[in-house]
Design a protein. Structure first.
Length: 159
């Protein structure tokens, strides 16, 4: 994202934010588009959506909306997110690949950033070294439990 200052006819300066602009898209809320925050991924791949020219749409940038890829106001809950929806229009009616991973630099269209998003779902059970090292049946856990004075009882450790 870049900050650019443009002189106006009135003699004042106007600050504008530029990001990798999506071709054929007119952003109606440029300040929301310029926010540096990225939402959580609603899906790992883009969603093809038919959009009509001249009609305003509101793209969910937080990833919490239940009507993806469009905003349903989920971001308004206190303390939930600092992301804001991006209102836009398309210049030409047709089908567009809408970003669902919320990491795009060409909001609201997909730019391929979903290829860098972890393929593991956020709600998947944690696996790997963390669970092996710190589960209650690992040697590390046993050693720590014994040093803290816990005794084996009923297949686990108790004080």
């Amino acid at each position: 994202m870049f900050l650019r200052t443009l002189p106006q006819a009135s003699g004042t300066l106007q600050k504008t934010f530029t990001r990798g602009a999506a071709k054929g898209i007119k952003i109606e809320t440029p300040l929301n588009d310029a926010l540096p925050f990225k939402g959580i991924d609603a899906a790992k791949k883009p969603k093809k959506v038919a959009l009509d020219a001249g009609k305003s749409y509101t793209w969910c940038s937080c990833g919490l909306s239940t009507s993806q890829p469009f905003c349903d106001g989920s971001h308004k809950l206190d303390g939930l997110t600092t992301c804001r929806p991006v209102r836009f229009q398309v210049e030409k009616s047709g089908e567009y690949q809408m970003c669902m991973c919320k990491q795009t630099d060409h909001r609201p269209l997909c730019d391929g950033k979903h290829k860098n998003v972890s393929p593991i779902p956020r709600d998947a059970p944690t696996q790997g070294l963390f669970n092996i090292a710190f589960s209650d049946n690992s040697p590390v856990y046993e050693g720590v439990a014994k040093k803290l004075g816990y005794r084996p009882k009923n297949g686990g450790f108790q004080w």
